[in-house]
Design a protein around this ligand. Structure first.
Ligand code: PMV
Length: 337
């Protein structure tokens, strides 16, 4: 007997960035993200009826074995096996695939660990009312920002004074969102598709004794509070200004850490300047954000899609490796197996 469970989990893009952590992915500041729709990991978990002692897991990524990621998964599962009873009774096979290419500025660990935890919880027969919160908690332990991918639209992760239910342990859904922020687009400008030069883990570590760490963490918490208000009221001007300041603050931290490094490329700066210029000339509230890499996420409203896409195609596409069009999404989905 073998039984399959399939979950699809999207990636997310941080509007307010998580950068700096303590033990076990406890964040040094709160962060807030938008869940994507088209960029997702789909994971099929098959349990075989075979009793055993240790964890028996085989991981296939897009048809082939992926020893590196399998190891990372195993390390995580060995620490948290008590949370996934299925692993105590069955050997499991996992087949995973991404809807988006690697190294293009879309966080694949967020979607992959989100999908993994959702599939394992389902396969373990976990049916409590707090299923999503539990999935957020467990995926945070695997890869911090994954905990935000569990919710539709916008998610907040990190304890914030005055925000009931906010927690460092898991993300929560942002409930009060003005309708004009529920139809957002994210076009990812692929400036460079080389694998990351510096891992996020190394970057988080460098915040430990960073000269600006204390003020940066305060700034991010403050941006989260302001962003919650902006999302509620529909204030596009503030939306743009918080998001761009956050993107530049993240990279400023990298450029000013003890071991300093630079992930942005000439193409990143060219795109940023063109977006700012286009915003000024058109009056359209379009803005950019950056993850820990050179690729640029362009955020804008669905109502401005035609004009912004024409601008991106004509002005920017010729100098890029590609553009990936995504939008705000409704969160993870259990699929027919
Ligand atoms: O979840 P990690 O450890 O891959 O860190 C993510 C860090 C950023 O993507 C740069 C910011 C964020 O909040 O997603």
């Amino acid at each position: 007997m073998s039984e399959s469970i399939v979950w699809r989990c999207p990636s997310n893009i941080a509007l307010v960035k998580y950068w700096g952590k303590k033990e076990n992915q406890v964040p040094c500041n709160a962060s807030l993200s938008m869940t994507l729709q088209n960029a997702f990991t789909e994971m099929r978990l098959r349990r075989e009826s075979k009793k055993k002692t240790g964890i028996e897991l085989t991981y296939y990524f897009e048809g082939g074995r992926n020893a590196g990621f399998e190891q990372r998964i195993l390390q995580y599962l060995e620490r948290h096996i008590a949370c996934f009873p299925v692993l105590k009774q069955y050997a499991v096979q996992i087949h995973s695939q991404n809807s988006f290419p690697h190294s293009t500025g879309i966080a694949s660990s967020a979607s992959a660990f989100g999908a993994l935890v959702l599939a394992l919880l389902s396969a373990s027969g976990y049916e409590e009312d707090n299923f999503m919160q539990r999935a957020s908690y467990l995926s945070r332990l695997a890869s911090g920002s994954a905990c935000r991918s569990i919710y539709p639209d916008y998610a907040l992760w990190g304890q914030l004074d005055g925000v009931t239910a906010s927690s460092n342990d898991y993300a929560i859904a942002v409930e009060e969102v003005h309708e004009s922020f529920l139809d957002m687009r994210d076009a990812i400008l692929v400036v460079d598709d080389e694998p990351k030069k510096v891992s996020s883990s190394a970057g988080h570590q460098l915040m430990k004794d960073h000269w600006y760490a204390r003020r940066r963490f305060q700034q991010a918490d403050n941006h989260c509070l302001n962003m919650l208000n902006v999302l509620k009221t529909g204030d596009f001007i503030q939306f743009v200004s918080i998001i761009e300041r956050e993107a530049l603050a993240l990279h400023a931290m990298m450029m000013t850490s003890e071991v300093y490094y630079l992930l942005i490329k000439p193409g990143t700066i060219h795109s940023i300047e063109a977006i700012m210029q286009f915003r000024k000339e058109s009056g359209i509230p379009v803005c950019f954000t950056l993850d820990a890499g050179p690729n640029v996420h362009v955020l804008y409203s669905g109502g401005d899609e035609e004009k912004v896409n024409t601008f991106l195609k004509t002005e920017l596409a010729p100098g890029l490796k590609g553009i990936i069009y995504d939008r705000i999404g409704k969160g993870p989905q259990k699929m027919e197996s």
